[in-house]
Design a protein around this ligand. Structure first.
Ligand SMILES: NC(=O)c1ccc[n+]([C@@H]2O[C@H](COP(=O)([O-])OP(=O)(O)OC[C@H]3O[C@@H](n4cnc5c(N)ncnc54)[C@H](O)[C@@H]3O)[C@@H](O)[C@H]2O)c1
Length: 343
């Protein structure tokens, strides 16, 4: 097989903004079919992107494709992934992997049982800065302290179902913080977390007359977190200070991931390395140009080439499962008011 037949499930915002444009730029993948519970939308998107088939049920789609990209609300990630894997179809599922660790485990088991590939769209790993940082980790030596801040000023998503806990499983953490948590764990080579403290907030989003840059939402039905802090310790003695927000009262948006290690330190955004050399602290900077669009194409290429047997998945399902375990522990710690110990 030299051209992979791809199906897209759930053709809303991210399917149209990232996945369809990326696959359309590539020569070794053809988007053969789209599916959405909203059949009219499926047909409109098929016409817009010149896709041969549009369906409103997934079994019809599975018959036409070798792989699927799942872009539905989080609640459906696990069931649709398992159904696709059982039908012998490779899966690229949007982040977060699923809403619970148990669901993620079922997805991993289905991939193993059916010998199909499963990956999760944690595209921050594919940013130019993220890839540079991965390559530079040997300059850092043993990691000691990691700092993560995924911060948006007053940007609760006012579209889709992002403020609905039943359909998404949570808010700023499971939706946005998950990317930086995944990137940090990957850079650190998947250390084993042992203890997690977490605290979630929703106060800014529960009042009327919102100042919000990303549309409007109903403050009365809003039932997810808009700001989360956490402190995580790992078996190797290192620790992580984590914070994410959709709606903080801060000067401006910023995404920070810095790691201080025994031999040096680095920042991912912007990419910089700090090291003691020649009796002084030296700083290395780079001229890479990042951007989410470029990362979306690298992500698509990695998944398609892996399905065709010419590459290896960058985002492995067991790694994404660990991100979901941490998310679950942060939420549990906030609910119980105590730290969560992980086995
Ligand atoms: N990687 C990223 O940076 C990124 C960015 C945005 C969204 N996402 C993820 O993508 C997913 C979708 O987000 P979105 O912004 O595109 O949402 P959206 O609301 O714009 O689109 C979701 C689509 O899924 C369809 N749908 C709902 N239930 C379905 C089902 N059971 N089967 C088939 N289709 C179904 C809806 O009709 C809609 O067309 C979410 O999991 C979200 O976390 C990821």
């Amino acid at each position: 097989m030299s051209v992979l037949k791809m199906g897209i499930i759930g053709v809303g915002g991210i399917a149209q903004a990232r996945h369809l444009p990326a696959f359309k730029q590539m020569t070794n993948v053809e988007v053969t079919a789209v599916q959405d519970v909203n059949g009219t939308r499926a047909q409109e998107v098929a016409t817009k992107f010149d896709v041969p088939y549009a369906f409103d049920n997934i079994q019809d789609l599975f018959e036409k494709v070798d792989a699927v990209t799942i872009c539905t609300p989080n609640k459906f990630h696990a069931d649709i992934s398992v159904a696709a894997l059982e039908a012998g179809v490779h899966v690229l599922c949007e982040k977060p992997m699923a809403m619970t660790t148990a669901e993620c485990e079922a997805m991993v088991a289905a991939a193993e049982k059916n010998d199909r590939l499963l990956s999760i769209a944690y595209h921050y790993r594919h940013t130019a800065e993220g890839r540079l940082a991965k390559g530079a980790m040997q300059e850092v030596g043993d990691p000691l302290v990691t700092r993560v801040q995924a911060m948006r000023q007053r940007k609760v998503p006012g579209w889709g179902v992002f403020t609905n806990k039943e359909l998404q499983g949570g808010g700023s953490l499971i939706d946005f913080g998950c990317h930086l948590l995944d990137l940090a764990l990957w850079l650190l080579d998947d250390p084993k977390p042992v203890e997690v403290m977490g605290k979630t907030y929703d106060r800014l989003s529960k009042v009327p007359n919102q100042v919000n840059d990303w549309g409007t939402f109903d403050h009365e039905t809003f039932n997810v977190d808009d700001h989360v802090t956490s402190y995580i310790t790992f078996e190797d003695g290192s620790s992580m200070q984590f914070e994410c927000s959709w709606a903080a009262n801060i000067k401006e948006d910023h995404t920070t991931l810095t790691i201080s290690g025994a031999d040096g330190g680095l920042s991912v955004y912007p990419f910089e390395v700090y090291q003691p050399k020649f009796g002084s602290m030296m700083e290395t900077t780079s001229q890479v140009e990042g951007g989410e669009e470029a990362a979306g194409l690298v992500q698509a290429e990695n998944f398609v080439n892996s399905c065709l047997g010419t590459d290896e998945l960058v985002v492995k399902p067991e790694q994404a499962l660990k991100v979901s375990q941490l998310i679950e522990a942060i939420y549990e710690s906030s609910e119980t008011g105590t730290s969560v110990r992980l086995k």
